[in-house]
Design a protein around this ligand. Sequence first.
Ligand SMILES: [Zn+2]
Length: 136
Amino acid sequence: MSKPSVGGLVATSCTKCKLELEHTIMAMVGDKIVRVKCRTCGSEHNYKDKTKKEAVRKRTTASAKRAVPVKNPERAWEEAMNKVTGADIPYDGTRSYKPGEVVAHPIFGSGVVLEASEKKVAVIFKDKARKLVSGN
Ligand SMILES: [Zn+2]
């Protein structure tokens, strides 16, 4: 794990895209990230402290759209990874993906596409399933 630094990448929720996405770190105070720029939509916003984000998430969990429900993500991920034969495709938010393809995400690692819909793709990673932005 490398320490965050200005110009580096951080995964955080984008206020515009409403998704957990890769952001470029624009400004830091001490070792805290204060401002980030979304690599998907290009909007700049303040970095939300994780503890704050967790609190918000707790409050909205009941009504919020859940990512793909997977009971045991690590096992589901292992099974999915065992089935795939293709090479890892580096994650790119402008590309479209098909179920069964392996996405190599710079932060989350390798994941398998479960579902692909318009502009979004559901990917199972080792720790949990996530929705990522995609092309068509
Ligand atoms: Zn965005």
